[in-house]
Design a protein around this ligand. Structure first.
Ligand SMILES: *[C@@H]1O[C@H](CO)[C@@H](O)[C@H](O)[C@H]1NC(C)=O
Ligand SMILES: *[C@@H]1O[C@H](CO)[C@@H](O)[C@H](O)[C@H]1NC(C)=O
Ligand SMILES: *[C@@H]1O[C@H](CO)[C@@H](O)[C@H](O)[C@H]1NC(C)=O
Ligand SMILES: *[C@@H]1O[C@H](CO)[C@@H](O)[C@H](O)[C@H]1NC(C)=O
Ligand SMILES: *[C@@H]1O[C@H](CO)[C@@H](O)[C@H](O)[C@H]1NC(C)=O
Ligand SMILES: *[C@@H]1O[C@H](CO)[C@@H](O)[C@H](O)[C@H]1NC(C)=O
Ligand SMILES: *[C@@H]1O[C@H](CO)[C@@H](O)[C@H](O)[C@H]1NC(C)=O
Ligand SMILES: *[C@@H]1O[C@H](CO)[C@@H](O)[C@H](O)[C@H]1NC(C)=O
Length: 550
C-alpha cells in the first residue's frame, strides 16, 4: 500500500514546478498563482490567517495542526481541494468545513484521527472525492455521509475501522469507487452495498473477511473491479459473483481457498483479470473458466496444483497471461495450451515438471515469455519452440539439465535467443560439464555417451579396414590404439597391447585423445590399469560421440 509519506516529495516537486513566484501569502506557507497554497512545517499549529481569498487548493503537510474548528477556512470561498497529509495531531471538529459548496475533494491521510463526528463534514453538497486514509478511524457514525450526496469516490483504507453501520452508505447513490481495504473490518453487514447501484470499483483487501454474506455483491450491477485479496476466505458460496456481468477484474489472491465450485465464475462474461494466487487450491475444476470467454490474465501461482484439467483454457482465445508458478505441477495434459494464439506470457516455473511434450507450445504464436525455472527437467524435445517466433524470454535455471546430445538443439536455441536470462542455467550432468552455463557450452561438447552397438559383421574385413581408417589413433609409444568406425559413428574400439608386460609392473595408461573424423570431433579420456598376469581392467573410459542418434 502506498503511504501518504511516499506521495510527499512528488507533491512538493509538482508545486515547485507550478510557479516559483510566491504572492502575498501568510508565512510559512507558499502560494502559487494565488490559488494554490502549500503550508508545511512543525511550527504550524493552527490554520494561518490571511490565506488568499481566491485560493482553490490548500495543502497542509507535516504540520503540528491539531483542531481544525468551525469557520477555519471562512475567507476561502472558492476552495475546491483541501489536503491534509501526515499531520499526526489533526482533529476535525464539527463544522470545520461549513457549508462549503465549492469543495470537490477532501483528503485527510496519515493523521491520528480516531473519530469523526457525523457533523464533521457539514454540508458538502458538491464533494466528489473523499480520502480518509491511513489514519486511526475506529468507526464511522451513522449518518456521516448524509450531507455529501455527490460523493463519487470514498477512500477509507488503512484505518482501524471494525464495524460499519449497515446503512452508512445509503445516501451515496452516485458512488463509483469505494475502498475499505486494510481495516480490521469483518464481518460486513449483509446489505451494506445494496444502495450502490453505480459502484464500479470495490476494494475489500485485507479486512479479515472469513466468509462472504450470501448475495452481498448482487446489487452491484455496474461493478468492474472487485478486490477481496488478503483475507481469510476458505470458501466462496455458490453464486457469490452472480449478477456481476460487467466485472472485469476479480482479485482473490492470498486467501485460504482450498477448492472452487465449477460454476463460481460462470456469470463473469466480461472478466479480464482473475487472480487466485497464494491460496490452497489443489485442483481446478475443468469447467471453471467456461463462462469467462474474455479472460486475458490468469494468476494462479503459489497454490498446490498438481496438474490442470484438460481443456480448461480451450475457450479462452484472448488469454495473454497464464501464471502457474510455485505449484506442484508434475505434468500437463496434452494440448493444455492449444490455440492460445494471443498468449504472450506463460509462467510454469517452480513446479515438479519432469518432461514436456514436443507440442506443448505449438501454435502459441504470440508467446514472448516462458518460465520453466525450478522444475525437474533434464531435457526438452527438439524443436519445442519452433512455432514461437516471438519468444525471447525463456528462463530455464534450476533444472537438472543433462548436457548431452539431446540438449544440443535447445542449447543452440538458448544461445541465439535467450542467453542473458540463462547465465545461471547450469548443467547438472555429465560430471565434466557440471557447472557449465548452457549459453556458454561449446556445441561440440553436447554429445551422447557411446552405446555399445552390435558388432558390425556386414562389412568385409577390407571394407572395415578402410572405414576405420579416418579415425584410427595410436599413442606415440604404440601401446594403445583407438579406432572409431565411420560407418557406425557411435562405436569406439580400444585395442590394448598383448596381455602381460615385460617389466612385470602391469600396464598403466591415462590419456586424453581428440579424435577427428567425418563424424565430427570427439574428446576421449581413457584410463586403464592392468594387473600383472591378471585381466585388464578398464577403470574409466569416458567418451562423447558427436552423433546425436546413437
Ligand atoms: C487572486 O487574488 C489575488 C489578489 O488577492 C490576485 O492578484 C489574483 O489575480 C487572483 N487570482 C485569480 C486566479 O483570480
Ligand atoms: C478573513 O478576512 C478578514 C478580512 O480580510 C480577516 O480579518 C480575517 O482574519 C480572515 N480570516 C481568516 C481565517 O483568514
Ligand atoms: C494520537 O492519539 C492518541 C489517542 O487518541 C494519543 O494518545 C496520542 O498522543 C496521539 N498522537 C499524536 C502524535 O498526536
Ligand atoms: C492489513 O491491514 C492492517 C490494518 O488492519 C495493516 O496493519 C496491515 O499492514 C495490512 N496488511 C497488509 C499486507 O497490507
Ligand atoms: C513436488 O516437489 C516437492 C519438493 O520436492 C515435493 O515436496 C512434493 O511432494 C512434490 N509434489 C508432487 C505432487 O510430486
Ligand atoms: C487475439 O487473437 C485474435 C486472432 O488471433 C485477434 O483477432 C485478437 O485481436 C487478439 N486479441 C488480443 C487481445 O490480442
Ligand atoms: C542460431 O544462430 C545460428 C547463426 O545465426 C544459426 O545458424 C542457427 O541455426 C541458430 N540455431 C537455432 C537453434 O536457432
Ligand atoms: C578435423 O578434420 C577436418 C576435416 O575432416 C578439418 O577441417 C579440421 O581442421 C580438423 N580439426 C582438427 C582440430 O584437427
Amino acid at each position: 500500500m502506498m503511504s501518504p509519506r511516499a506521495l510527499l516529495p512528488c507533491l512538493q516537486g509538482l508545486l515547485l514546478l507550478l510557479g516559483s513566484f510566491a504572492q502575498a501569502c501568510p508565512p510559512p506557507c507558499q502560494c502559487y498563482d494565488g490559488t494554490k497554497v502549500f503550508c508545511s512545517g512543525e511550527e504550524i499549529w493552527g490554520i494561518p490567517e490571511g490565506l488568499p481569498g481566491n485560493a482553490t487548493q490548500l495543502f497542509f503537510v507535516e504540520t503540528s495542526l491539531t483542531a481544525v474548528g468551525s469557520g477555519a477556512f471562512g475567507n476561502c470561498s472558492s476552495l475546491a481541494r483541501l489536503v491534509f497529509l501526515n499531520n499526526p495531531g489533526l482533529a476535525l471538529e464539527a463544522g470545520a468545513f461549513g457549508e462549503r459548496s465549492s469543495l470537490a475533494e477532501l483528503e485527510v491521510s496519515g493523521s491520528n484521527l480516531s473519530a469523526l463526528s457525523s457533523a464533521a463534514f457539514g454540508s458538502l453538497l458538491e464533494l466528489r472525492n473523499l480520502f480518509l486514509t491511513f489514519s486511526a478511524l475506529r468507526a464511522l457514525e451513522p449518518g456521516l455521509f448524509n450531507r455529501t450526496p455527490s460523493l463519487e469516490a470514498l477512500h477509507l483504507q488503512g484505518n482501524q475501522i471494525e464495524t460499519l453501520p449497515p446503512t452508512v452508505f445509503s445516501p451515496l447513490r452516485e458512488l463509483r469507487v469505494l475502498d475499505l481495504s486494510h481495516n480490521p473490518l469483518a464481518p460486513v453487514p449483509d446489505r451494506l452495498f445494496d444502495p450502490l447501484a453505480l459502484l464500479q470499483v470495490l476494494k475489500l483487501s485485507n479486512i479479515s473477511l472469513t466468509r462472504l454474506p450470501l448475495g452481498i455483491f448482487r446489487p452491484l450491477r455496474s461493478l468492474k473491479e472487485l478486490s477481496l485479496d488478503r483475507n481469510a476466505l476458505a470458501d466462496l458460496p455458490p453464486g457469490a459473483f452472480s449478477g456481476l456481468s460487467r466485472l472485469q477484474r476479480l482479485e482473490l489472491q492470498h486467501n485460504a481457498l482450498t477448492s472452487l465450485r465449477s460454476c463460481i465464475f460462470s456469470c463473469l462474461s466480461n472478466l479480464d483479470v482473475l487472480n487466485l494466487e497464494g491460496n490452497r487450491l489443489s485442483a481446478l475444476p475443468a469447467g471453471l473458466l467456461r463462462g469467462t470467454p474474455k479472460l486475458g490474465q490468469l494468476f494462479a501461482a503459489s497454490n498446490r496444483l498438481e496438474t490442470i484439467p484438460e481443456g480448461i483454457f480451450s475457450n479462452l482465445l484472448q488469454l495473454q497471461t497464464i501464471v502457474l508458478s510455485h505449484n506442484q505441477l508434475t505434468h500437463l495434459p496434452a494440448g493444455a495450451f492449444r490455440d492460445l494464439f494471443n498468449l504472450t506470457t506463460l509462467q510454469l516455473d517452480h513446479n515438479n515438471l519432469t518432461t514436456l511434450a514436443g507440442d506443448t507450445f505449438h501454435n502459441l504464436l504470440s508467446l514472448e515469455v516462458l518460465g520453466l525455472a525450478g522444475n525437474r527437467l533434464q531435457a526438452l524435445p527438439e524443436g519445442i519452440f519452433d512455432s514461437n517466433d516471438y519468444l525471447f524470454g525463456v528462463a530455464l535455471k534450476d533444472n537438472p539439465w543433462v548436457c548431452d546430445c539431446r540438449l544440443a538443439s535447445l542449447a543452440g536455441w538458448i544461445r541465439n535467443w535467450s542467453a542473458p536470462l540463462n547465465s545461471q542455467t547450469f548443467c547438472t550432468s555429465p560430471d565434466h560439464l557440471k557447472g557449465w552455463a548452457l549459453p556458454a557450452l561449446p556445441q561440440e561438447q553436447l554429445v551422447c555417451l557411446a552405446a555399445p552397438g552390435p558388432a558390425d559383421s556386414s562389412l568385409s574385413p577390407g571394407e572395415a579396414e578402410t572405414a576405420r581408417a579416418p579415425c584410427t589413433y595410436n599413442d606415440p609409444e604404440g601401446t594403445v590404439q583407438l579406432a572409431c568406425d565411420t560407418a557406425a559413428c557411435h562405436r569406439l574400439t580400444v585395442h590394448l597391447p598383448p596381455q602381460g608386460d615385460s617389466t612385470g609392473r602391469g600396464l598403466a595408461y591415462n590419456r586424453n585423445w581428440v579424435l577427428n573424423s567425418s563424424c565430427g570431433m570427439v574428446r576421449v579420456w581413457v584410463t586403464i590399469r592392468a594387473e600383472p598376469g591378471g585381466t585388464a581392467r578398464e577403470e574409466e573410459a569416458g567418451s562423447h560421440n558427436p552423433c546425436s542418434e546413437p
